[in-house]
Design a protein around this ligand. Structure first.
Ligand SMILES: C[S@@+](CC[C@H](N)C(=O)[O-])C[C@H]1O[C@@H](n2cnc3c(N)ncnc32)[C@H](O)[C@@H]1O
Length: 370
């Protein structure tokens, strides 16, 4: 393919397919659906004869978790294989991914344990390494925190509910390229500007808070069991500078193509059970809010309800109470409070009314000049 799009109506080599898929695929031709500049190949990604070696810049995906989800309305796909068979299935896809990934590219693998099924994610990550990938890092994707965001309860009475997932990052070679500042955020502590970086921009770290906006039940009604938020592939893809071609071997609703579309890139996806209307709508949807990292690491600042409560409390307190409240606060919290006021545009108003120490007055003056 070089840098061209995959061909339409390609021949399928149908050997060595997983038992769950074999019955479904007609040996011979695979259908291809074109959505703008993006391509969906209808079939398994255990073989990807449509894609030439070294041609893909970023892979972002979330495989079936082997937890009994119903992806195929006709029930031909079993998302509940014995672990050994499941890992072999993953291994076949990973070997193909290793072949098609560009030596400078990155492979982001999102998967999670459920509360009652611990350790599977790690086994899948090890399978990717067996297929020849170098393990770079694990990002923790937080789905729900402090009551914001949805998750499916799975803990019952014996375990805590699982509110985060892994995003394993793999590379094909040590020459991979990543630019964390491309998803950068402002410093919480502005005094770090100049110390660690020239500009007010640092990477968000390896914990990403990307909440689901709707419940799983609502998602299923909309036509799929387990999509990830578009913000997830969006951040992964953005991390890779000069990416052009993005692949998702387990496409589902097309979230990865939707992210590629917003970034002006070209996406390719594999899905044996595509719901074309759902995929088209998701890929071409115009409304999208870029993840803002509202809690990490600005957790302690404006978005923190504790901080808002403190602002209200100090606003209403008489001068004597104000002094007492202020003096009981640890100095780090007082500093964060000043930054929060700055972010809210309320610093000028408060500065005169708070019993600031000399150091705090200097900080407040600096913040007012920013
Ligand atoms: C966890 S879902 C992916 C959801 C996707 N990230 C999204 O946001 O919609 C896994 C998908 O893999 C698909 N799948 C199952 N077996 C497959 C195979 N052999 N090759 C490619 N896709 C497969 C399932 O139908 C399902 O849609």
């Amino acid at each position: 393919m070089g840098r061209d799009s995959p061909k339409e109506d390609v021949a399928l080599r149908s050997s060595n397919l997983s038992s769950s898929i074999e019955a479904l695929v007609k040996p011979g031709i695979r259908d291809v659906i074109q959505i703008g500049r993006h391509t969906v190949i209808v079939g398994t990604s255990e073989m990807m004869p449509e894609i030439p070696s070294n041609s893909i810049d970023v892979v972002v995906t979330s495989p079936p978790y082997n937890v009994g989800k119903k992806y195929d309305p006709d029930g031909r796909f079993t998302d509940k294989l014995p672990l050994k068979e499941y890992l072999e299935f993953m291994g076949r896809v990973f070997s193909e991914l290793k072949r098609v990934l560009n030596p400078k590219g990155l492979f982001f693998l999102n998967i999670s344990d459920s509360a009652r099924d611990q350790g599977k994610s790690e086994a899948v990550a090890k399978q990717a390494m067996k297929s020849g990938f170098i393990r770079i890092q694990t990002v923790v994707w937080v789905k729900s925190l402090f009551g914001k965001g949805h998750y499916t309860p799975s803990g019952r009475t014996k375990r805590l509910n699982n509110v985060w997932e892994h995003i394993f990052i793999f590379a094909k070679t040590k020459n991979y390229e990543m630019d964390p500042k491309r998803i950068g955020i402002p410093y919480a502590d502005k005094s770090n500007i100049g110390r660690y970086a020239e500009k007010d921009l640092r990477d968000p770290g390896d914990v990403w808070f990307i909440p689901y906006q709707i419940t799983t039940g609502q998602t299923i009604k909309k036509g799929h069991e387990a999509p990830f938020p578009i913000g997830l592939p969006y951040l992964c893809i953005k991390l890779v500078p000069s990416a052009k071609y993005v692949l998702d071997p387990f496409l589902g609703t097309g979230s990865t193509l939707a992210a590629a579309n917003r970034l002006g890139l070209t996406g390719i996806g594999y899905e044996p059970f595509p719901n074309i209307e759902v995929i088209k709508k998701r890929v071409l949807e115009t409304h999208f809010e870029e993840p803002q990292f509202p809690l990490v690491p600005q957790l302690e600042r404006v978005k923190n309800t504790g901080m808002l409560f403190l602002i209200r409390l100090l606003e209403k307190a008489n001068p004597r109470d104000k002094q007492e409240i202020w003096e009981t606060l640890p100095s780090i919290q007082r500093k964060h409070f000043l930054w929060a006021l700055k972010d809210l545009g309320m610093l000028e108003l408060f500065v005169e009314r708070l019993p600031l120490s000399e150091k705090e007055q200097i900080l407040a003056e600096k913040l007012l000049q920013l």
